[in-house]
Structure formats: structure tokens, C-alpha cells
Design a protein around this ligand. Structure first.
Ligand code: PRP
Length: 206
């Protein structure tokens, strides 16, 4: 049995479609239910629906064999896992953004940064003295109401920025979904996991 941590939400739906396209089907997953685990008994595979930022935790600790996580959460968590495949979906950029009209002059007050990604923000600003405000969502509001000067966040279509009068100042890191494996469990299920990856990679050429 291969156990898979799927990220709950938009990305998870895209990933599940890829599994479906290679003939894996845990039918119940598509019904509107609060259930969090689903099985395709025929293919000996079980899916767990996990909060995206927690997928790497489940995989690192060997609670599942593999998982799908955004590169953003992998960099931020510094999880000790094998990154086996770029699924080339969920593409976006980790960016520094600020209100239209704002310029970071590097003078005056310490730069205040609102973000869900404190480690990525720290690494980006290096030795510079900054004040990081860790938030869990609606990051774009922070500079609009004076909680921060800038944000470090994901930009996908750019519509959240546009609708809130913000702009991209710099791109820190391109992001996409990665298939990751538990270091402790990979060796036991290597053949099955490698076969899955081979099948998933055929979709890239379609
Ligand atoms: C993410 C991210 C941005 C938005 C970017 O938020 O934090 O707010 O998506 O997407 P866009 O460029 O296509 O507008 P999410 O939807 O995860 O909600 P959150 O505010 O709860 O973090």
C-alpha cells in the first residue's frame, strides 16, 4: 500500500486529476464529504487530505510514503525529504510586493515585512535589519492598513495584487508542486513509487 499526502484545496484537485489520468481512482474523494482519507484498493493506494503547509511534516516523519507540496512550503519548512519530481503544476512566484507608489529606499525606519514565509523572507534580506510579522492569510491587507511596509507572498495570476493596489517589487523564487518522499519509507517502496513517478511523467509530454 502506498500512502499519499495530498494538499487540500485547489492544488490537491489538480494533483488528484493527474492520478486519475494514470488510472488511479479513489472515487469517494470527489464526493462532498468531510472524510479525510480515500482508497483505491485495486491499485493499493491511499490518499490523505492534508493542509498544504503540513504535507512536508507528514512525509518527513514517515507517516506517509509520498506527498505533493509546493516548493514554497518545502523551502520554508526545510523538511528533510527526497524531492523526486517537479509536477510542473501550481506554478507561481514568491515575490516581494508593496503598495503602488511605495519605494524601499533602505533609509529611515526598519523595513516591516508581513508574510507566511518568515524563513524565506529572512534569507532574502540577508544581513539587513528587518521586522518580520508572521501572518497566516490575507497578507495583502497588511501594507494597506499600515501593519507592514511590504509583503513576501505568492503571486499566481496577480489578481489579488491588482485588486488591492499592490505591485511586484522583486521575484524571489519560482514555485511549482513537487512530489516528495519520506527518506525512511522510500527504500521499502522504491519500485512502486518509481513506477508511479514514471507514469506521472508521461503526462508531462501530453
Ligand atoms: C494565495 C496568496 C495570495 C494569492 C495569490 O492566497 O497568499 O494571496 O493566493 O494568487 P493570485 O496572484 O492568483 O491572486 P490564498 O488563496 O492561499 O489565501 P490566503 O489569503 O488565505 O493565504
Amino acid at each position: 500500500m502506498i500512502e499519499v499526502a495530498l494538499p487540500k484545496g485547489r492544488l490537491g484537485e489538480k494533483v488528484y486529476k493527474m492520478f486519475k489520468d494514470i488510472g488511479i481512482n479513489a472515487k469517494e474523494i470527489e464526493s462532498n464529504t468531510r472524510k479525510l482519507f480515500f482508497e483505491d484498493a485495486e491499485n493499493d493506494i491511499r490518499f490523505y487530505l492534508i493542509k498544504p503547509s503540513d504535507v512536508a511534516v507528514y512525509v518527513e516523519r514517515g507517516a506517509v510514503d509520498i506527498g505533493i507540496a509546493g516548493k514554497d512550503t518545502l523551502v520554508e519548512s526545510e523538511a528533510d525529504i527526497y524531492e523526486l519530481m517537479d509536477l510542473e503544476i501550481g506554478k507561481c512566484n514568491m515575490c516581494v510586493c508593496s503598495p503602488n507608489g511605495f519605494t524601499d529606499t533602505r533609509e529611515g525606519n526598519i523595513l516591516k515585512i508581513a508574510t507566511k514565509y518568515p524563513k524565506i523572507a529572512h534569507a532574502y534580506y540577508g544581513q539587513r535589519e528587518i521586522d518580520i510579522i508572521k501572518l497566516n492569510g490575507s497578507i495583502e491587507l497588511a501594507p494597506l492598513i499600515g501593519l507592514s511596509h511590504v509583503i513576501v507572498d505568492i503571486v499566481e495570476t496577480g489578481s489579488t495584487l491588482r485588486e488591492n493596489n499592490l505591485k511586484v517589487d522583486d521575484i524571489i523564487l519560482p514555485i511549482s508542486a513537487r512530489l516528495i518522499a519520506s527518506k525512511s519509507r522510500y527504500s521499502f517502496n522504491k519500485d512502486k513509487i518509481d513506477a508511479l513517478i514514471n507514469q506521472l511523467s508521461t503526462l508531462k509530454n501530453m
